[in-house]
Design a protein around this ligand. Structure first.
Ligand code: FES
Ligand code: FES
Length: 266
């Protein structure tokens, strides 16, 4: 006689007993899950509805964007893929920021965002709503040139001038970074948070993201050095190389002048 042929007091074989136990246990499990599901549904029904997520922008669709550039608000309709560089040049009409490589390698597009320098060609314009954006057009105070601009003139820090807006924005931020104690890879003690003395090596390293196809590097380093260390600046040797007394190296605070309808690039 096989085990399956044995029967219990109810006349069930061993296989029949096992089947009944399985049905009983799975029934209890199903009931438990149903009860838990009902409780979960009730809990969800009593919770406030989550705010509806903003509908994603369809490919090619435009959305209204307001950018604060040089103290002015610019309203523009942009696709989500528009870079900050293109928004500045093609939508706000601010051509001072240059497009060199358009891939983050040359620094020609350097602008300041919340006092930090960034490559505008690597940033999406829509991600900078609410930020303070400063371009070369907004670097100078209303009364004249920024000291870094003056120093570039005094030390022949440019030739064709194409890289110069990015160089100057970068240099302005560099001076603030050094003053705040930000270290670079050539800083001797990176644990200190005291103002960094800008040696030529420090200046070269910190300006290394800004390329100059004309090779005006010697003048660029001299210009930054002269603003960073005014006491070390050489005495003026000619009318074209005058001594300049910097008044302030911080970015000028642009005069608020909201414009609802900024110039559009054609
Ligand atoms: S244009 Fe942006 S880094 Fe070259
Ligand atoms: S001055 Fe010509 S690229 Fe720098």
């Amino acid at each position: 006689m096989t085990p399956d042929s044995a029967h219990d007091e109810n006349g069930l074989s061993a296989r029949g007993v096992a089947r009944r136990r399985f049905l009983r246990d799975s029934g209890a499990l199903t009931t438990g899950l149903a009860t838990a599901g009902a409780a979960h549904a009730q809990m969800m029904a009593t919770q406030p509805a989550a705010p509806a997520a903003a509908a994603p922008l369809a490919a090619g669709a435009q959305a209204p964007v307001r950018l604060n550039i040089n103290g002015r608000d610019y309203e523009m309709l942009l696709e989500s893929r528009v870079t900050l560089l293109d928004a500045l040049r093609e939508y706000a009409g601010l051509m001072g920021t240059k497009k060199g490589c358009d891939r983050g390698q040359c620094g020609a597009c350097t602008v300041l965002v919340n006092e930090r320098r960034i490559n505008a060609c690597l940033a999406l314009a829509m991600t900078h709503v609410g930020d303070r954006i400063v371009t070369i057009e907004g670097i100078a105070p209303a009364s004249g040139l920024h000291p870094v601009q003056q120093a570039f003139i005094a030390h022949d820090g440019f030739q064709c001038g194409y890289c110069t807006p990015g160089q100057i924005c970068s240099a302005v931020a560099l001076l603030d970074e050094a003053r705040a104690g930000d270290a670079s890879v050539v800083t001797a003690d990176v644990t200190l948070r005291t103002p960094v003395v800008l040696s030529d090596d420090e200046i070269r390293e910190r300006m290394s993201g800004n390329l100059c196809r004309c090779g005006a590097y010697a003048g660029i380093v001299a210009a930054v050095r002269s603003v960073a260390n005014p006491a070390a600046r050489p005495v003026a040797d000619s009318v074209s190389n005058p001594v300049i007394t910097p008044v302030s190296t911080s970015v000028a605070t642009p005069v608020a002048n909201p414009v609802a309808d900024p110039p559009k690039a054609t």
